[in-house]
Design a protein around this ligand. Structure first.
Ligand SMILES: Cc1cc2nc3c(=O)[nH]c(=O)nc-3n(C[C@H](O)[C@H](O)[C@H](O)COP(=O)(O)OP(=O)(O)OC[C@H]3O[C@@H](n4cnc5c(N)ncnc54)[C@H](O)[C@@H]3O)c2cc1C
Length: 446
């Protein structure tokens, strides 16, 4: 009988698992459940938000990446681990149950929305392609409105942008968007570019503390040289339509709150009835779920033991780990089907790259601190290499060259007509069913 393999998630981890399975078990029936028809290169999202890259340039179409896998357009909303069935809600809203012999869970993560008054209603994220495109429209609209406003207070409010989160995602988003707004403000005849103000609010006492003190300070210096205010050891306590309140009591008048203060594993994992660690599904070093050898999990949604670091650590949620766990997961699925022993995942972190826009970047390849031009060269070279698909590499490199020659060409695409594009519209955290509800929903289908 043909082996049925279901892969949940078409990101760094899931799409790579499916592609590898096509080679390792060519006779198997592989289905990949994904809400979008592309694999997204998330590290370049800040550049999409900043208009340097068009949205499709950071994607690889699943239809070109995968040859034999059947892509099921939808979202896994529950799993009956005992009956070995995945409940899928399709993009048209109907439900179906997919049976499996092997299940690979790689649904990634969502924005971690803290319980802060007004955040869900007024905050904006930059974690999905749609959010990045909406964010660009929103930021551009603020400059256009400020340009025509006759109220000085409202003009200030429109020109102030607040990013909460001083990790790499928040820093890259603030740095790239700040360059775009400063560049564009010069083109508006009635707008004083010095009115454009960016704030980065970080609860920790350093930016991107994982990169070490030197690169953290270098980043702060770059941001300060561009006039970005960095508020360390500070948090957000409230937000409303026209302001944000910070933990030091200050209230900043703004129409833009960008929330980049962390991620949470896909809520699907907490609904399985299996053990989780801070919301990530607990797996063994061979990526299998304890007592469920037919279920594997990887990427941001899984707590994978970090054997290279030791001491009970789990792998951090990075693309680097997700994409390297994928071939191990695929090989272990194939090994399990063939009755062979599985292999443990072990990878020593290669470091991190952070693009600050223009020719500024900081990077830490193999533990070596780089900033300025060497940092920027390594950062861009790493991204091009990591994109892997030649067409995507070419699109990104071409747009970088165009940006260097002609500056940003960001235009508002009109997404915000009739919708606000805020955090509340992009989270799907309420879609998931626990084991009993999944069982009942599957029974109702048959
Ligand atoms: C702005 C930003 C910058 C980053 N920069 C870096 C960097 O420089 N270096 C680095 O190593 N990492 C970086 N990361 C982190 C990196 O992108 C993630 O660690 C990586 O994407 C995790 O891969 P994944 O496959 O687990 O999840 P993802 O790549 O997020 O893929 C998950 C997939 O599952 C799909 N999905 C979600 N829920 C379901 C469901 N219920 N059913 C079916 N499908 C579902 C999603 O649509 C998505 O396609 C960055 C992240 C962000 C947001």
């Amino acid at each position: 009988m043909t082996d049925r393999i279901v892969v949940v998630g078409g990101g760094f981890a899931g799409a790579a698992v499916a592609r590898r399975l096509e080679k390792l078990v060519p006779e198997a029936d592989v289905r990949l459940v994904a809400p979008d028809d592309y694999m997204l290169y998330l590290p370049l999202l800040p550049q999409v938000a900043a208009g340097l890259l068009p949205a499709p340039a950071t994607t690889v179409a699943l239809s070109t990446w995968l040859r034999r896998t059947v892509v099921v357009p939808g979202r896994a909303v529950g799993v009956d681990l005992d009956a070995r069935r995945v409940l899928v809600e399709s993009i048209t809203g109907h439900h179906e149950a997919l049976p499996y012999d092997r299940l690979v869970l790689a649904p990634g993560s969502v924005t971690r929305v803290a319980d802060i008054p007004g955040l869900r209603e007024h905050g904006r994220g930059c974690k999905t392609l749609a959010e990045a495109a909406f964010l660009r429209d929103h930021v551009l609209a603020q400059l256009e409105i400020a340009n025509t406003s006759t109220d000085p207070e409202e003009r200030d409010r429109r020109c102030r942008f607040v990013v909460v989160g001083g990790g790499y995602a928040g820093v890259e988003t603030a740095a790239n968007l700040q360059l775009m707004t400063t560049d564009l403000a010069r083109r508006f005849p009635r707008l004083d570019p010095s009115l454009v103000t960016w704030h980065v609010v970080q609860h920790h006492d350093a930016l991107m503390p994982g990169l070490g003190r030197r690169l953290s300070e270098d980043t702060r210096r770059v941001l300060a040289s561009r006039g970005v205010h960095v508020d360390l050891s500070t948090g957000l306590t409230a937000a409303d339509e026209g302001s944000v309140t910070l933990s030091d009591g200050r209230r900043l008048a703004t129409r833009t709150l960008i929330w980049a203060a962390g991620i949470a594993p896909s809520p699907l994992m907490a609904h399985l009835g299996a053990e989780t660690d801070h919301g990530r599904l607990v797996v063994r070093a061979d990526l299998s779920v304890p007592d469920r050898p037919e279920v594997l999990a990887l990427g941001d949604a899984a707590a994978v033991p970090d054997l290279a670091s030791g001491g009970g650590a789990v792998c951090p949620p990075t693309a680097q780990h997700a994409s390297r766990q994928a071939p191990v997961a695929a090989a272990n699925v194939a090994a399990g089907l063939a009755g062979r022993p599985t292999t443990d995942y072990r990878h020593r972190d290669l470091g991190m790259v952070v693009d600050l826009g223009g020719s500024d970047a900081v990077a830490k390849p193999f533990g070596v601190d780089l900033s300025g031009l060497p940092g920027a060269t390594v950062t861009r070279a790493y991204h091009l290499w990591a994109l892997r698909a030649p067409a995507t590499m070419t699109r990104v490199a071409t747009n970088w060259a165009l940006g260097a020659l002609h500056g940003t060409s960001a235009v508002r695409l009109g997404f915000l007509h009739g919708t606000s594009g805020r955090l509340a519209e992009f989270e799907h955290t309420d879609d998931y069913l626990d084991a009993d509800a999944t069982r009942a929903a599957i029974a109702a289908l048959s």
